[in-house]
Structures are given as structure tokens and as C-alpha cells.
Design a protein around this ligand. Structure first.
Ligand code: FCA
Length: 327
């Protein structure tokens, strides 16, 4: 009997050891297009929490262009990674990324920006988590319309800067969502000016918006929207640089990471009026857990998950963040 008990005990120990050895062996990659952007820093931070919780190793790589993406995937393969999550620098790399992942026998999941095929249609077989882009864009548009009314501006005298990055479908959906609400509220379509940014960062947005402002120097009031907080911050910085007072500017971004929060913390209000806070926890933690479950438990992630956003303004962002469990 004593021997029997000892055997059971030994067996239990062996099973536990095998499980934890397995978890420690799992390696998951997380590749992002713009590692310096606070949103992606936050995604990585939450993916790291998932790694600690489940005991897998997270390999984080920044890949700003197609070549770096190819190298990153080979690198992951060489390190014995079994699957990765990617926010690609260019959605048109889709078929190449799928092929590279397959060549390295890596499971693949995308986050934020959904891969497209040669026909421009989404690669639906690749599991994806993105934001509800149109709806979030509409929230941006509604916040702008409400504030225009509150400030008593006549829409005829307001210009809108559409900071655009039309190569990215989610960017188009976001700005078009905002525009549909503006137009629905009577905002004149001819007052909406496109400011195409060369890259999705603040500097590129500032340059694009400056061109629009210089062309329409007679316009008194401005609103601005775009793909993310960086885009809108660029437009706001542009209005400042040409001397438009903050009280004449309403910019509403998307994101809610440090770029936006630091702006709200400034003692004087700027033209950056609000942001729609989206969830880096869901996009970082949940995708990493999904990938882990896929590798360790053969549980495939859902093909498509779209997450929501919550509007936060300079005046109420702390409450909104608290309600979202962010502070
Ligand atoms: C895109 C944008 C990011 C973030 C993310 C959810 O990748 O470039 O700033 O908004 O979608």
C-alpha cells in the first residue's frame, strides 16, 4: 500500500513537471509595425502579462517594412517559436506573410490591421482581432458634431481635416465613419479636406495637415480626425504652428494611450479635445492567450473579433479610464 501511494505521488509529480516543462517550452512571437508608438508598447505590455500568467516565452519584434517582416518571421522560426501575432506595416504583404509563416511552420494571427489578398479582400482564413472601425469613427464624428454645436459654430465656417492613410482599410473605415456623421449633421462636404499622411505617425500627420491649413488660410474654425491619436495630434500641432487658437480647434483621436493622456494632462486645453479609448489589453493579452491556447490546447482562435471603444474627453478621461479598469 505504501508503495502504491508513493507510485501515485511520483506519477503526479511527473505529470506536473511535464506540464510546466511544456508551458516553458512554448514560444510565441508578437510583431508590430511601429514599436515606438504607445499603443503598440501597451499591446506588448499586456502580451507580456499573458506570457507570465501561462508561462510561455514572448518574442517581441518591431518590423517597419516588408523586408523586416520577412526577416522577423524567419528569425521566429529559427528560435523555435510555434506561432505569432502580427500587426503588419502593410496589409498588402498578406499572401507573403501567410507563405512565410507556413514555410516556418508557424501559426499566424493578426491584430489591428487585417491582411488582404491580391484582390484587396481580407484574408478571412487568418484569425484576426481588430477594432470596430466604422462604429468607432462614428463615435469620433458624433463627439465633434456635439462640440461644434456646444461652441455655437456655424458649420459653414468650419474646415475639417481628414488625416488619411488610405492604403489601410481600417484607417479608411475610421475616417469615413466620422465623415458620415458629420455630413448627416449638415456639415458641408466641400469643407472636408484630405490630408494624406506618408506614414502613420505624428510628424507625417503634422506635415499633411500643414499643407491643408496653408491652402485654406481663410478658414476660422477647424476640426480634425484620423486613424489614431498620433494623426490627430499631428493636425492639432499644425493648427498651433500656424497660430490658430486652441479654442478654435476640435480634434478627436482614437487610441487613448499615453499620447492622448499626456495631452489631456497639459495645464491649458489644446485643440486635442478627445479620444476614443480602445483596448490594448484585449489586443495584446487576449491575442497572446488565443495563440497560446491554439498551440498548447489545439483550440483555434475565432476568425474575427472586433473590439469596441469608449469616448473620453479632457474633462472626463479619468472616470472613463477607471470604468474601463485602466486605472
Ligand atoms: C492601427 C493603427 C494603430 C492602432 C491600431 C488599433 O494599427 O495604426 O495606431 O489604432 O490600428
Amino acid at each position: 500500500m505504501r508503495f502504491f501511494k508513493a507510485a501515485i505521488l511520483a506519477g503526479t509529480v511527473a505529470v506536473i513537471a511535464a506540464t510546466s516543462a511544456f508551458a516553458a517550452d512554448v514560444k510565441i512571437g508578437f510583431v508590430v509595425k511601429q514599436p515606438e508608438e504607445p499603443w503598440f508598447q501597451d499591446e506588448w505590455k499586456f502580451a507580456d502579462i499573458a506570457a507570465k500568467e501561462k508561462g510561455f516565452t514572448l518574442v517581441k519584434i518591431g518590423a517597419q517594412d516588408g523586408e523586416k517582416v520577412q526577416a522577423a518571421i524567419d528569425n521566429l522560426g529559427a528560435q523555435g517559436v510555434e506561432g505569432f501575432i502580427i500587426c503588419t506595416p502593410d496589409v498588402k504583404l498578406g499572401p507573403g506573410i501567410v507563405a512565410k509563416a507556413a514555410a516556418n511552420q508557424l501559426k499566424l494571427m493578426t491584430v489591428d490591421d487585417r491582411l488582404v489578398g491580391a484582390d484587396g479582400k481580407p484574408l478571412e482564413e487568418v484569425p484576426h482581432m481588430g477594432i470596430s472601425a466604422t462604429k468607432i469613427g462614428e463615435t469620433v464624428g458624433q463627439a465633434i458634431v456635439d462640440e461644434i454645436k456646444k461652441r455655437g459654430w456655424d458649420m459653414k465656417n468650419v474646415g475639417a481635416i481628414r488625416v488619411s492613410y488610405d492604403a489601410l482599410p481600417t484607417a479608411v473605415d475610421r475616417v469615413e465613419g466620422a465623415i458620415s456623421v458629420l455630413k448627416g449633421a449638415g456639415f458641408p462636404a466641400e469643407n472636408i479636406y484630405d490630408a494624406p499622411q506618408a506614414k502613420t505617425d505624428t510628424e507625417a500627420a503634422l506635415n499633411a495637415a500643414t499643407t491643408v491649413l496653408n491652402k485654406h488660410a481663410d478658414v476660422k474654425y477647424w476640426v480634425a480626425f484620423g486613424l489614431n491619436d498620433e494623426a490627430v495630434l499631428g493636425a492639432v500641432r499644425a493648427t498651433e504652428s500656424v497660430g490658430i487658437p486652441a479654442a478654435n480647434v476640435i480634434g478627436v483621436g482614437i487610441g487613448g494611450a499615453d499620447s492622448a493622456i499626456n495631452e489631456f494632462k497639459k495645464p491649458q486645453p489644446t485643440g486635442f479635445f478627445g479620444t476614443v479609448i480602445i483596448s490594448p489589453k484585449r489586443h495584446g493579452y487576449e491575442t497572446a492567450i488565443n495563440m497560446y491556447d491554439w498551440i498548447a490546447n489545439a483550440k483555434e482562435p475565432p476568425k474575427l473579433t472586433l473590439t469596441s471603444g469608449s469616448l473620453a474627453l479632457r474633462d472626463d478621461y479619468q472616470t472613463v479610464r477607471k470604468d474601463l479598469g485602466l486605472e
